[in-house]
Design a protein. Structure first.
Length: 293
């Protein structure tokens, strides 16, 4: 599933191409209705057609297209997209032949279109009137922003007995992290994925905070990871998969210490870690039930 770096790459690709453009036509292809999360396609069409797209935004793994009434400049909600497992959003000429697995299309006033393609049809389009409220109920602090302080991270983890990896994958704790970048950040911070989230010591919290930001910045620099389905806004693969330190490197030597990278299941998710750099002994720690520093 595309994570923060992948969605941010798509946002950066598309923003200069579609921000300020007017939506001429919205098309849902046969079989693609499920991407509308139960909303009638005529309703979604009525909310989109004629609207101007504001400055593209992103929150966690969601892409946000603000909708603006062209004449008055008044905001009319936002189209919120989630690419899920296999979705991609590409910018093409409107008269270009249909892409394979194309589920929906937003045609713009300059003869181009945004094409949403999704093999498994798990991606979603939603019209949201108040995105701040919508996301405040779903997502935690946004990494790479001023809101993502060390205190904010520890506030989300403090007192939790659950495995650290599970806590970081919970979007209500930290927005935008997924399997790839959690494994990578935990390796950089020298923390085992199964260590109780609330047991981290002050130096470990600081290391984790720094590692999360570093791995996400690297992912954006390399335009995301294309292990399988992910494509950027130009329809091209990213290169982060060539720079991972532990993710999907089971039985390969650790580049830092030479130990064999292992794979285990943590909270139902496949996890990759180095037994020397991320000692399993951390998992036996206790959590301070007082929930204080």
């Amino acid at each position: 599933m595309p994570e923060l770096p992948e969605v941010e790459t798509v946002r950066r690709d598309l923003a200069p191409l579609v921000s300020g453009r007017r939506i001429q036509r919205f098309i849902v292809f046969e079989g693609g209705e499920r991407v509308l999360v139960g909303a009638p396609k005529d309703y979604v069409r009525s909310r989109l057609e004629g609207m101007q797209i504001g400055e593209l935004g992103r929150r966690g793994k969601y892409l946000v297209l603000p909708l603006v009434e062209a004449r008055s400049g008044a905001g009319e909600g936002s189209l919120v997209l989630h690419l899920r497992m296999t979705g991609s959003l590409k910018h093409r000429r409107a008269d270009h032949e249909a892409d394979r697995f194309e589920r929906a299309r937003i045609e713009l006033d300059d003869g181009t279109a945004l094409r949403f393609c999704d093999v498994r049809k798990f991606g979603t389009f939603e019209i949201i009137d108040d995105v701040d409220t919508y996301f405040s109920e779903k997502l935690g602090a946004e990494p790479l922003t001023a809101a993502f302080t060390l205190d904010a991270l520890w506030s989300a983890l403090r007192g939790r007995q659950s495995a650290l990896k599970s806590a970081l994958l919970d979007q209500s704790n930290v927005a935008g992290l997924g399997n790839i970048y959690v494994d990578e950040a935990l390796f950089l911070a020298r923390l085992h994925p199964s260590v109780p989230a609330g047991s981290l010591r002050p130096a470990e919290r600081a290391a984790l905070h720094e590692a999360i930001e570093q791995t996400l910045r690297e992912g954006i620099e390399h335009r995301g990871a294309s292990f399988r389905d992910y494509r950027d806004g130009k329809g091209e693969e990213g290169s982060q998969q060539f720079f991972v330190r532990v993710f999907r490197r089971t039985d390969q030597p650790c580049d830092t210490c030479g130990s064999t990278i292992r794979r285990s299941v943590v909270g139902g998710r496949s996890s990759h870690w180095c037994p020397s750099c991320q000692p399993v002994g951390q998992t036996r720690r206790k959590v301070n039930s007082s929930r204080r520093g």
